[in-house]
Design a protein around this ligand. Structure first.
Ligand SMILES: *Cc1c(COP(=O)(O)O)cnc(C)c1O
Length: 395
């Protein structure tokens, strides 16, 4: 077998393959340029158009655009009136924003462990964490696979909780044939460039609740309400700030880009699924590499492709495998460090050992490159490099 690049051999490929990357074409550039030449740079007609198109895409009644996925989570937790003394159950394996949004409002994130094979929040662990202070669950569709929403819904009904789906990984996915974006009371998306589609920075919340949608539109604009009738009665200048909000507006420029990107998302999701299929096929032969389990109820849209290494059959730790893959010019990553391991959470009193499945998975996780623009050669390079590295270190 050829020598590992980390030991001085020739890398599997010449240039570094990133783990994710956006696709921007001439149509995207044309529409953004057109907006730039027009009258509105920030809030203008593109905001409504993008919101309506996105709502239609996920088959939700309302979509509210904001300027990041993090702002989307903040808005969702805000309209649930979460505050000091309230607890919100969050999975241990996710991007920190899924839990931070609870802290923003003075609430307490309570971490639930994940299922060891899907790394999705485990409904049994959710139920075990419920107290009289629990108000909501943030369910994260990790890697693009929808959570077990039937089980979560049952728990939510039993204990009178709301569900926020952090669906930042899963636009285009479905659960029992229902689209992601309609599975929870509030569903949040991110349009960061590594996600399925991009607005540079941006986010969206979808909901079938008109009151939530209206409140989130105030929230993204300083809490200012625009009741035109009241404005006319009180004088043309009048407006009211009804609750404390933020500037979370998504500019027209970004909405135009989003509208144009949305036209292409179906093809991109299809390509992501095709690449995931190739990985599953290739790694079915490699016993030290286990991709995530996929439940029959869920149809993932694959934001990332994490693998779990079988450390007992490898003579080295995850860090060595990671460095060896980087040396082969495969831009691997790790998603995620258990949220409560971060110093911010440690200082709040969360300690290690809370969620054993999450902590065990974290030590064995590596994210392989996955994005719609990957060529078949790129995919083959990843498979070749992973196989080369794990075979070298296999006991
Ligand atoms: C990307 C992401 C976010 C945050 O989105 P931003 O647009 O980067 O603020 C939140 N949750 C999850 C699970 C994400 O992947």
């Amino acid at each position: 077998m050829s020598q590992l690049a980390i030991e001085g051999g020739k890398p599997v490929r010449e240039g570094m393959l990133p783990y994710g990357r956006q696709l921007v074409d001439d149509d995207d550039i044309a529409i953004v340029t057109k907006v730039l030449r027009g009258d509105w740079l920030t809030t203008g007609p593109m905001v409504d158009k993008f919101e309506q198109a996105f709502a239609q895409y996920v088959q939700a009644e309302h979509a509210v655009a904001v300027n990041s996925g993090t702002a989307a989570l903040h808005a969702a937790i805000h309209v649930l009136d979460i505050g000091p003394g309230d607890e919100v159950i969050v999975p241990a394996i996710t991007f920190a924003a899924s839990a931070n949004c609870v802290l923003y409002l003075g609430g307490t994130p309570v971490f639930a462990d994940v299922e060891p094979d899907t790394l999705l929040i485990d409904p049994k662990q959710v139920e075990a964490q419920i107290t009289s202070r629990t108000k909501a669950i943030v369910a994260v569709d990790y890697a693009g696979q929808p959570c077990d929403y039937d089980a979560l819904r049952e728990i939510a009904v039993k204990y009178n909780l709301s569900i926020v789906a952090d669906a930042c990984h899963a636009p285009g996915g479905s659960y029992n044939d229902l689209p992601v974006g309609t599975l929870a009371d509030l569903n949040t998306f991110s349009f960061h460039p590594v996600k399925h589609m991009t607005t540079a920075e941006g986010g969206m919340i979808t909901t079938n609740n008109a009151t939530f949608a209206a409140r989130m539109r105030w929230f993204r604009n300083h809490g200012i309400t625009t009741d035109h009738r009241q404005r006319a009665e009180q004088g043309g200048w009048y407006y009211e700030m009804k609750e404390l909000g933020y500037n979370y507006r998504l500019p027209d420029l970004n909405c135009a880009l989003g509208l144009s990107q949305l036209n292409k998302i179906d093809g991109w999701v299809a390509r992501r699924r095709e690449i995931a299929e190739k990985y599953y096929h290739a790694f079915s032969q490699v016993d030290t590499v286990t991709p995530l389990a996929v439940r029959p109820s869920g149809r993932p849209s694959w934001h990332i492709f994490p693998i779990l290494l079988q450390m007992e059959n490898l003579g080295v730790d995850r860090a060595t495998i990671f460095s060896a893959l980087r040396a082969e010019n495969i831009g691997v990553n790790v998603h995620y460090i258990p949220v409560y391991w971060h110093p911010v959470y440690e200082k709040l009193g969360y300690s290690r050992g809370l969620c054993p499945n999450a902590e065990d998975a974290y030590e064995r996780l590596i994210t392989l490159p996955l994005f719609a623009g990957m060529t078949d050669q790129d995919v083959d390079d990843v498979v070749t490099a992973v196989t080369k590295v794990v075979e070298h270190y296999s006991l």
